[in-house]
Design a protein around this ligand. Structure first.
Ligand SMILES: Nc1ncnc2c1ncn2[C@@H]1O[C@H](COP(=O)(O)OP(=O)(O)OP(=O)(O)O)[C@@H](O)[C@H]1O
Ligand SMILES: [Mg+2]
Length: 360
């Protein structure tokens, strides 16, 4: 391919967390260097990268030097300020593109986009004030979930409303941020599709994983998901529709609720995704290499699954179990090199191979 990066060329990654770390390791296997840009000191990705810039996202000189030192830029963190992206994009391509990033940054823009391309979401209404919340509750109904439009992750910035009396406290929990009320979906299964689109428009989807959350944080992903073949095919179709509509290049994680025969889209992340970590142990290619291939203009790999697997996040104190897990045959350990185990902090994950791939 003409636009493909050659071994020895460099990928810039905005954000230095565990996703950046795993992308850097995948890039290294393909002979590509990685330059991490991260405001915080000692980022997990910095331990395995070729170079690291420690500077804030409003440091124009640092951003310019970073952009000039790399051949393509990607991100593992969605909330990079637009001005930083403007500066970088004037010098080097950003993949996935700005539209994908901007759409996923704002739950209102995201739902509007999904509905516009014919895909189903929970009913929703955007709001700021108590009066608007009362109107939104009348149109969306209860139970529902109030969420901040921007900057939420791991279930943060969310409040359930099951009764009108919950409304004031839920609004107070938004702390003045723009909010969106979403109808609560009483789903049978929560699944995600990790999919990729290459520079040559090829699309490749990993099989859906079934996700279980605890306290708003992803706990386990099991593959195969307990869904019908027809639902699986529809889930692939949805991921493909989103990728094409965004003219996307890279890996995307699309979170979906399955309710009976219906698929309702929760949200998408324009990057590799925690619910795709199983691919390291369960498929012929992992999501990290697939993303690097896509943004580097390399061919995508047909991501066949060879094993049934279950990925479990190691959160906070879970890391203390590591010596016991290390004795298990078939448990693939991945730790992120974070020094301090705080409650709710993702410290690593373990993927257990359950057996050869079955249909379900
Ligand atoms: N409308 C909804 N109906 C039912 N459950 C929901 C709804 N919205 C969110 N949830 C539950 O809460 C979880 C976290 O919500 P969401 O994905 O919106 O938050 P997030 O902060 O972006 O989380 P993450 O970083 O894990 O993706 C979902 O995976 C789902 O289990
Ligand atoms: Mg989510």
């Amino acid at each position: 391919m003409t636009d493909a990066l050659r071994p020895g060329q460099t990928i810039g990654i905005l954000g230095g967390g565990q996703l950046g770390r795993m992308l850097a390791m995948a890039a290294a296997r393909l002979g590509l260097k990685v330059h991490i840009y991260e405001p915080g000191a000692n980022p997990p990705a910095g331990e395995v990268a070729y170079s690291v810039t420690t500077a804030p996202y409003d440091d124009a000189a640092a951003l310019t030097a970073f952009a000039d030192s790399v051949d393509v830029v990607t991100y593992e963190f969605e909330n990079v300020p637009a001005a930083a992206l403007d500066l970088i994009e004037a010098r080097v391509p950003i993949r996935p593109n700005r539209q994908a990033l901007a759409t996923s940054q704002d739950r209102l823009a995201e739902k509007t986009f999904l509905n516009d391309i014919g895909l189903a979401t929970a009913p929703y209404a955007s709001l700021n004030t108590e009066a608007e919340l009362a109107q939104a509750l009348a149109s969306v109904g209860m139970p529902s979930i109030l969420k901040t439009r921007r900057l939420g992750y791991d279930g943060k910035g969310q409040a359930r409303i099951t009764d009108r009396h919950d409304a004031p406290a839920a609004l107070a929990a938004m702390d003045g941020a723009d909010a969106i009320l979403e109808g609560f979906i009483d789903f049978d299964h929560e699944i995600s599709v990790i999919a990729a689109r290459g520079l040559d428009d090829t699309i490749a989807c990993f099989e859906p994983g079934e996700n279980i959350h605890k306290d708003g944080i992803l706990d386990t992903t099991r593959v195969p998901a307990d869904i019908s073949a027809a639902t699986r095919e529809r889930a692939f179709g949805i991921a493909g529709t989103i990728l094409t509509a965004l003219d996307y290049v890279g890996v995307i994680g699309v979170e979906m609720f399955v309710s009976g025969d219906e698929i309702i889209i929760n949200e998408f992340a324009p990057r590799v995704h925690n619910s795709g970590h199983w691919t390291e142990a369960g498929a012929v290619i992992d999501q990290f290499e697939q993303h690097i291939r896509a943004i580097a203009g390399w061919p995508l790999v047909d991501p066949l699954r060879h094993s049934d697997v279950e990925m479990t996040n190691l959160i906070g104190d879970d890391i203390d179990q590591i010596q016991a897990i290390a004795q298990e045959t078939g448990a693939k350990i991945h730790l992120y090199g974070k020094a301090e185990a705080r409650p709710g902090r993702k410290m690593g994950h373990v993927t257990r191979i359950l057996g050869p791939a079955t249909d379900r």
